[in-house]
Design a protein around this ligand. Structure first.
Ligand code: SIN
Length: 311
C-alpha cells in the first residue's frame, strides 16, 4: 500500500449526516486501524461515502466481512440474486420489476416519501448496508440520508418523553397495500408475512444514542394507542425525520460506495429519474443486525418471520 493510501481522511459532508472517506482502496484487506477509523466515522456521521472504488461482487462482500457477518441479499428475494452471490441485492428498476412485478417502483406509500432503514419488519433488521454504484444516470438518481439520532434530539423534551415508551408495528408491504396486489409481492406478503413490534425510540447498541425508529416505508401503526392517535404521532415523527437540517444528499458516480448504519440513519431512494431514459444499477449487501432495544430496556418482538442471519 502506498504512503498516500495510508493517510485516510474523513471529510464531513453536512452538519449532521455523511462523511466522505478518502485514501483507502476497498479492493484490498484493510489494516485494522482503517477498519476502526471507518467504524468511528460511521458512528459519528451515520453514513460514509467512498469514490472511485471499482470493486466486483466478491470484493464488496469481502469488504463487508471486515465489519460483520454478511446476510443474504434480502429475506424475500434470494431467487433473483446474481449467480453465486446470494449476498448481493441489485437495485435497479429492472431488478425490482423482476422481483415484485411491474409498477412496483411507481407505487406510492400511504405515508408519503418512502424513507426507510433496510427491512425493519425483521426482528433483527440489518445493522449496516453497503451500496455500490455500477451504472448511474448522467444526472438525477441521488440517494438522501437523514440522521435519526439528531432528529430525536431536535424534538422538545415533553415529546421525547411521550415517544420514549411507545412501540410500533413494522410490516413488509403494509404501506402500499401489497397484500391486495395480484403480482408476486402480493403472494409473498399474504403467504410469508414479515412483521415485528419495535420500540419507537431505539437505543443504539454502540453509541447509546436514542434514535427515532419508525419509518414511512415499513411502520404500519403505533400499538396500544388509537388509530387516530397513531396517525398523528407518526405524521409528527415522519415530518421530523425529513427536516432538511438532518439530511444529506449523495450524488452517485460509477464506483461510488455508501456505507451506512441502519440503526442511526434512514435513506430515501430517488424517484426523479423514472421518467428519464437513464439506467441506474447499484448493488447492496447488508450485515447481520441485533434485536432493537427501547429506552425501557425492552427488546422488539417478532410477529411473523425468522431472524435474518449470515448467508
Ligand atoms: C436502497 O433502498 O437500499 C436503495 C437506495 C437507492 O436506490 O438509492
Amino acid at each position: 500500500m502506498s504512503a498516500v493510501l495510508n493517510r485516510l481522511e474523513v471529510l464531513p459532508q453536512s452538519g449532521w449526516t455523511g462523511a466522505e472517506i478518502v485514501g483507502v482502496d476497498l479492493r484490498d484487506p484493510l489494516p485494522q486501524e482503517h477498519v476502526e477509523t471507518i467504524k468511528q466515522a460511521i458512528l459519528k456521521w451515520k453514513v460514509v461515502y467512498f469514490r472511485d472504488q471499482f470493486i466486483n461482487h466478491a470484493q464488496q462482500i469481502a469488504f463487508g466481512r471486515q465489519f460483520g457477518q454478511v446476510t443474504p441479499g434480502h429475506p424475500y428475494e434470494g431467487d433473483v440474486a446474481p449467480k453465486d452471490y446470494p449476498e448481493i441485492h441489485t437495485v435497479s428498476p429492472q431488478a425490482y420489476e423482476k422481483r415484485y412485478g411491474k409498477n412496483y417502483i411507481r407505487r406510492g406509500s400511504s405515508n408519503g416519501p418512502a424513507w426507510h432503514a433496510d427491512v425493519t419488519p425483521l426482528i433483527n433488521p440489518p445493522a449496516y448496508s453497503i451500496l455500490r454504484a455500477e451504472v448511474v444516470p448522467a444526472y438525477s438518481g441521488d440517494t438522501q440520508f437523514t440522521n435519526v439520532a439528531a432528529a430525536y434530539q431536535g424534538l422538545s423534551e415533553p415529546i421525547r418523553k411521550l415517544i420514549d415508551g411507545l412501540r410500533a408495528e413494522h410490516r413488509f408491504g403494509a404501506n402500499y397495500n401489497a397484500d391486495r396486489s395480484d403480482e408476486r409481492i402480493g403472494d409473498w406478503v399474504r403467504n410469508k408475512p414479515l412483521a415485528s413490534i419495535h420500540p419507537v425510540v431505539r437505543v443504539h447498541p454502540e453509541s447509546g444514542e436514542r434514535v427515532i425508529y419508525v419509518n414511512p416505508s415499513f411502520t404500519r401503526q403505533i400499538v396500544d394507542v388509537s388509530p387516530r392517535e397513531s396517525r398523528y404521532l407518526l405524521d409528527l415523527l415522519f415530518d421530523q425525520i425529513q427536516q432538511p437540517e438532518y439530511t444529506d444528499r449523495f450524488r452517485w458516480r460509477p464506483g461510488s460506495v455508501a456505507f451506512w448504519d441502519n440503526r442511526a440513519v434512514l435513506h430515501l431512494a430517488p424517484r426523479d429519474f423514472e421518467h428519464l431514459q437513464f439506467d441506474r444499477v447499484l448493488h447492496r449487501i447488508t450485515l447481520v443486525g441485533d434485536v432493537p432495544v427501547g429506552v425501557d430496556g425492552r427488546q422488539s418482538e417478532s410477529i411473523a418471520g425468522e431472524p435474518f442471519l449470515a448467508a
